[in-house]
Write a protein that binds this ligand. Structure first.
Ligand SMILES: Nc1ncnc2c1ncn2[C@@H]1O[C@H](COP(=O)(O)OP(=O)(O)OP(=O)(O)O)[C@@H](O)[C@H]1O
Ligand code: SF4
Ligand SMILES: [Mg+2]
Length: 362
């Protein structure tokens, strides 16, 4: 890491007011992150997803290519509707049959796109698992916690009832639910939001997946619980050697926990780089605007936070050129005529822009 890469841009991102409260005393420094252990675990190429909606076509994901290395945490960020969830659900085979999916997602050497539900089930849980934003709607309110975990285990592993129960207790212990035996027969409503999210993590980890996709996994939680859950996920990742895709609106979370950050806009990747590099040398105007919108402590009380002007594009009628052009402070004529390709301009730093922001830390 260079001095510039650990400089003020990243500090700014980390010192947003919310982020400060969220991570005080609990954040891992980036320098403590494991160096991704070489070798690609997941390789996504030209992934596209459309939905037919009232006679129109929604172009939700438009040629996403990305990879995740063994042991790596990749943050995927972008405004609401940018295609983060649809991308991950397409990889997991969890979209409705109405979705049209093309492209490739190779996990541990196996192509996932185009698999039948029965074929996909062999990978889900074991190779790739997902945790969602809202544990309340993901857990069955009428079923005891222990039974829900046991059923998830038995769906994937050839264990009898008592072996599955022992494994479920082990998992509850792993995700630090206090007194797992006493809580085993509780119902979800007897757990707090943070404890329910721990149960969801236990279910996701039931078969020790190689890749965990956490989709806004902590967004619904208060800031203290959020930090505890993120720290738990990081510890589990180290312990189990998993890779993680962390989907978030929150630049502060990405800056604190991810090895690499990928920015999406209108169903495309518009910038990606190792975390330190991205925050110190942001080049794509959209990423810059996202960063500028992070609330900061030093702003005067009651001052308005920067917002992102304009509206996200209509995914049923994307422009031929750059999708960000109508909102971009650096727009040029060319941006309306042609789409900028995502290109690796610096080592491991890719951006898609004809007129990138100047590199202020060069
Ligand atoms: N079943 C569907 N039918 C039609 N359009 C859909 C469907 N599912 C998702 N979309 C559209 O696809 C686009 C991308 O949605 P997605 O949920 O991936 O966004 P996101 O980046 O995860 O946003 P958020 O941050 O709000 O979770 C949105 O415009 C959404 O309305
Ligand atoms: S290509 Fe043009 S419109 Fe798009 S982000 Fe770059 S400068 Fe802005
Ligand atoms: Mg989403």
């Amino acid at each position: 890491m260079t001095a510039a890469e650990s400089g003020p841009a990243r500090e700014d991102a980390l010192h947003g007011a919310e982020t400060e409260a969220r991570h005080s005393g609990s954040a891992r420094k980036l320098s403590e992150h494991p160096v991704p252990g070489g070798g690609v675990l997941l390789e996504v190429s030209d992934l596209r997803v459309t939905f037919a909606l009232r006679g129109r076509t929604v172009h939700a994901v438009n040629g996403v290519s990305m990879s995740v290395s063994h042991g790596e945490t990749l943050a995927v960020i972008g405004e609401s509707g940018s295609g983060k969830t649809v991308t991950s659900r397409a990889i997991m085979g969890l979209l409705s049959p109405a979705a049209r999916v093309s492209g490739s997602a190779v996990l541990l050497g196996s192509e996932l796109i185009g698999l039948t539900e029965a074929q996909m089930r062999r990978h889900r849980g074991r190779d790739i698992a997902m945790i969602f934003q809202d544990p309340a709607s993901s857990l069955n309110p009428t079923m005891r916690i222990g039974k829900q975990i046991t059923e998830a285990i038995r769906m994937h592993l050839p264990l009898d009832h008592s072996e599955a129960r022992a494994r479920a207790l082990e998992l509850l212990d792993l995700v630090q639910v206090p007194s797992p035996r006493a809580r085993f027969d509780d119902y979800p409503h007897q757990f707090s939001g943070g404890m329910r999210q721990r149960v969801m993590i236990a279910i996701a980890l039931a078969c020790s997946p190689r890749l965990l996709v956490a989709d806004e996994a902590t967004t619904a939680l208060d800031v203290t619980t959020q930090a505890q859950i993120m720290d738990l996920l990081m510890d589990l990742q180290d312990e189990l050697g998993m890779s993680m895709i962390m989907i978030s609106h929150d630049m502060g979370l990405a800056a604190t926990y991810a090895d690499r950050v990928l920015v999406m806009y209108a169903g495309r990747v518009v910038e990606q780089a190792p975390t330190e590099r991205l925050f110190a040398h942001v080049r794509m105007p959209y990423t810059k605007v996202l960063l500028d919108a992070v609330p900061r402590l030093e702003r005067a009380p009651h001052s308005l936070f920067a917002t992102i002007g304009g509206r996200p594009p209509d995914l049923t009628a994307l422009p031929v050129g750059c999708s960000f052009a109508p909102r971009c402070p650096r727009v040029e004529d060319l941006c309306h005529a042609e789409r900028p390709p995502l290109t690796e301009h610096e080592s491991r730093h890719h951006w898609a822009c004809f007129s990138p922001c100047p590199d202020e830390r060069r």
